[in-house]
Design a protein around this ligand. Structure first.
Ligand SMILES: [Zn+2]
Length: 236
């Protein structure tokens, strides 16, 4: 194989690794954002459940106050009833007391329902709080892993960049720029092997006899007739 083609292949291998490392690096903030969004959503849900429990509790306290007011009223009716000499007033107070007691019964019944609802809401909030804490732990571990991964990837990028710069000085400028141009336009590989002795492994099209022959002899850099990638012969 041509010495410059060998160097180009090494360069391509480094280029591919560099691209992979950079892609992974670029993806880290995306993953972090997803974790943060999930954490925020869970915290919001926890707050909502807590708020719901507080709301139920305050509604129940309102009812308790209303019961107190009714009880106070009953005491006044009873005092009035004890003091009055008039039979119709005595009876009217009796009705008022009876009505207030019925109101109290209804209020207390509603209070019991709210107490149950409060317990349920508290349980849900507690369960959600456990979930939040658990996920916070997962997220913290994940962030720690990313930090390590980021350091490794950044180190790789640095090393590869130096290696690539060094390799590029060893390749004739015309070949290097041809390689870069193909790599840029194809996005994956600029140099591919001939497979099955007939086919370009980049575009998977059959090569002409002449092209295959040229690649096989290895005297110069040969391009695929179809896609323009540099091809090389791997069979003996
Ligand atoms: Zn091709």
């Amino acid at each position: 194989m041509l010495a410059s083609l060998e160097r180009l292949l090494i360069l391509q291998e480094r280029d591919v690794r560099l691209r992979r490392a950079q892609t992974e690096l670029n993806h880290l903030p995306v993953e972090e954002k997803q974790i943060a969004a999930r954490l925020a959503a869970q915290s919001t849900e926890f707050e909502r459940l807590k708020q719901q429990a507080r709301h139920i509790e305050s509604e129940r306290k309102q009812l308790e106050l209303q019961v107190g007011t009714k009880e106070e009223a009953i005491r006044k009716f009873q005092t009035h009833q004890a003091q009055t000499k008039k039979n119709d007033e005595y009876q009217a107070m009796g009705h008022e007391i009876e009505r207030a007691r019925k109101d109290i019964d209804a209020l207390e019944e509603r209070e019991l329902i709210l107490m149950d609802q409060y317990d349920e809401a508290q349980k849900s909030a507690q369960a959600e709080s456990l979930k939040v804490r658990e996920y916070e732990r997962v997220a913290a571990n994940q962030r720690e892993e990313w930090k390590k991964k980021k350091t490794v990837l950044e180190e790789q990028v640095k090393t590869l960049t130096v290696e690539i710069a060094e390799l590029q000085t060893q390749i004739p400028p015309a070949e290097l720029s041809a390689y870069r141009r193909i790599l840029q336009s194809k996005g994956d590989l600029a140099i591919v092997p001939v497979v099955h002795g007939t086919t370009c492994n980049g575009c998977h099209m059959k090569l002409t006899q002449a092209t295959v022959g040229a690649a096989k002899s290895g005297g110069k850099i040969v391009h695929c007739d179809n896609c323009g990638r540099i091809i090389y012969w791997t069979l003996p």
